[in-house]
Design a protein around this ligand. Structure first.
Ligand SMILES: C[S@@+](CC[C@H](N)C(=O)[O-])C[C@H]1O[C@@H](n2cnc3c(N)ncnc32)[C@H](O)[C@@H]1O
Length: 297
């Protein structure tokens, strides 16, 4: 069963777009002479989709329309990013899956049994430590190694330093599910009163503290006691989107300029699906393909 059949759900939408890119990527790389071209899944999960209760019931009702028997069919059909990547054809030369949670990791380990012919490295560790280490521990260009890396966190688990390490390799294409609605916009209170701990969290994921004066402005208003200065939130999803894309452009060779906002069924923006390419030579083609995939309805 194709993922498109669940249409409308942001989780399957995200996975389907990434899958399309992976397929285009391996189709091109197969005819080139790189020693390795890997798929790296830094927040791999279990290999199956782990949906929250409300997402599950939404997905469940869509599924039962097609199958009639959700219990039997669900696990078979709701594959997560790791399983989807392993089925992409042509295949990658190597797969790296990172998952911090011990229980989820144990389930992820079944991938080795289910895909015995694939070169799979599994890592039960913190994604940020591991990714920075593999990015910085070798010269990717000299070693003739390339990769597509998927950052699919629940929230603010990816410090900017990790994104910088990926860009520094000049060899990795990045798909990043940036928590624009689920985290960033929620912390940007309307009255601008953001406590230090929340400010720090924002600084960490966007790698700078210059955002406050861009997202907020002072305005003079006439109140009960005459004219007063108030802080007003200027940022909206459009400006946050542009801001984050500009941030990525400061460190990557190319960035897709049409990232995709992913919404809940009630139309609340959750994440921004972004693409960036770190390799100077590969960038024009990579960006063209990614932009096309991001544009499709
Ligand atoms: C949104 S889920 C990933 C879903 C997966 N991409 C899929 O399609 O099935 C995020 C996963 O990241 C894991 N995680 C959270 N923080 C992590 C960290 N710092 N390092 C590695 N894994 C982490 C969680 O346990 C969870 O399984």
């Amino acid at each position: 069963m194709e993922l498109e059949m669940f249409g409308g759900n942001w989780t399957t939408d995200k996975l389907e777009r990434v899958r399309k890119y992976l397929k285009a990527y391996t189709t091109i790389m197969r005819n080139q002479k790189f020693k390795q071209y890997m798929y790296i899944d830094a927040f791999a999960g279990t290999g199956w989709l782990t949906l929250k209760q409300n997402e599950q019931s939404e997905q469940q009702s869509q599924l039962s329309l097609f199958t009639g028997t959700f219990e039997e069919e669900s696990k078979k059909n709701l594959q997560g990013s790791a399983r989807i990547a392993l089925q992409v054809n042509p295949e990658f030369t190597k797969y790296i899956f990172v998952e911090r949670d011990k229980k989820r990791f144990e389930e992820l380990e079944t991938l080795k049994l289910d895909f015995p012919n694939r070169d799979i490295l599994l890592k039960n560790s913190d994604a940020n430590l591991f990714i920075r280490e593999i990015c910085d521990s070798q010269n990717w260009l000299e070693k003739s190694e390339r990769a597509v890396l998927f950052l699919d966190p629940y929230g603010m688990q990816v410090p900017w330093q990790t994104v910088e390490a990926i860009a520094r390799t000049q060899a990795i294409d990045l798909w990043y599910l940036f928590p624009i609605g689920i985290a960033l916009n929620r912390l940007l209170k309307k009255d601008g009163k953001i406590n230090d701990s929340c400010r720090k969290k924002i600084d960490i994921i966007i790698g700078t503290d210059d955002w406050y004066n861009l997202f907020y402005a002072e305005e003079r208003r006439v109140g009960l006691f005459g004219e007063e200065t108030v802080i007003v939130k200027k940022a909206n999803f459009d400006s946050l989107k542009s801001y984050f894309i500009e941030r990525l452009k400061t460190i990557f060779a190319g960035v897709a300029d049409n990232p995709r906002l992913l919404f809940t069924s009630k139309n609340n923006p959750l994440y921004l699906l972004c693409f960036a390419s770190s390799n100077q030579r590969g960038t024009p083609t990579a960006i063209k393909i990614a932009q096309d995939i991001l544009r499709r309805e």
